[in-house]
Unconditional design. Structure first.
Length: 257
């Protein structure tokens, strides 16, 4: 079967050594897109770059804004203008209100929120100058509604969703588009600490990457799935809280989520 073609020549991906973004990097590379893969230096990142002549490792720490700016500049000097920037570095820590993991909370907020804004600051000025480019930000459906055990991760992804909404409104007419990617549970090391019985509608990283890449070329504002989780959490978000809290408690009791 012929490999799919995509509208991008150069894609910069942060979190590229991870499960979902690594899978996306490989699929784009197979289709001829030049992929700049960013994560902190590691064997995983080297192995990803070694897997395809279309993938080049550009190691950097997304928590270091200047390092990330220079990384994006190096990508453009080596591969050409970045026309897709996928900001995917992220982490999850469990949240126990009786014993709050402050360090985990701060690290999650830093990586999931600062990591995204640092990436935007690194790539957006050149895209705006060119009046062309697509930003793809990894959020999560769990940014839409509070959920037991999700105090750190959910708060960070809610911030990402709000940031994406603000940017989307402002980017109109600039030639730069933004897509927010909100998956539900994906079977990856990120959520290994999450109780497996509580993960509903889990999908593989392959299915997740396929669903993202099916829709991303059309430059939608949001790519969200699976529909069951999306529908439930967005409904909950829009309900009066006196209805949504009992509903969530009932749902958790009924499903074991
Ligand atoms: N898995 C899910 O269920 C799920 C659901 C919805 C959304 N998401 C989101 O999708 C994204 C990818 O998730 P995943 O499950 O594929 O995660 P993953 O496999 O754990 O990958 C995380 C990636 O982030 C990178 N990273 C961590 N700290 C970094 C830093 N300081 N600088 C640069 N890179 C850093 C990691 O590389 P190094 O540690 O080697 O630097 C790795 O490449 C995340 O934003 C996540 O929140 C995941």
């Amino acid at each position: 079967m012929a490999e799919k073609t995509y509208p991008w020549k150069v894609a910069w991906i942060t979190g590229a050594s991870g499960a979902i973004c690594g899978e996306i990097a490989k699929r784009l590379a197979r289709a001829g897109v030049k992929v700049a893969a960013t994560a902190r230096p590691s064997e995983r990142l080297d192995a990803l770059a070694a897997s395809s002549s279309n993938i080049t490792a550009f190691p950097a720490d997304v928590l270091e804004p200047e390092e990330l700016k220079s990384c994006a500049a190096k990508v453009e000097a080596a591969l050409g203008p970045i026309d897709l920037a996928m900001l995917g570095a992220g982490m999850y820590v469990p949240f126990d209100f009786r014993n709050i993991d402050l360090d985990g909370f701060h690290k999650t907020m830093a990586l999931n929120v600062d990591g995204v804004i640092n990436g935007l600051a690194a790539v957006l000025p050149a895209m705006l100058d060119r009046r062309e480019g697509q930003l793809a930000i990894m959020g999560s459906l769990f940014g839409y509604a509070g959920w037991p055990g999700n105090g750190s991760y959910g708060a960070s992804k809610a911030a990402v969703i709000n940031l994406a909404e603000s940017l989307k409104l402002e980017l109109r007419g600039t030639g730069v588009d933004l897509t927010l990617i909100n998956p539900g549970f994906v079977d990856t090391p990120l959520n290994a600490a999450y109780d497996p019985k509580k993960k509903l509608f889990v999908m593989s990283k392959e299915r997740c990457a396929r669903k993202i890449l099916e829709k991303l070329p059309k430059r939608p504002y949001e790519i969200a799935f699976p529909i069951q989780v999306e529908g439930f959490l967005k409904t909950v978000r829009n309900m009066p809280r006196m209805v949504s809290f009992p509903l969530v408690r009932w749902f958790i009791k009924a499903t074991g989520a």
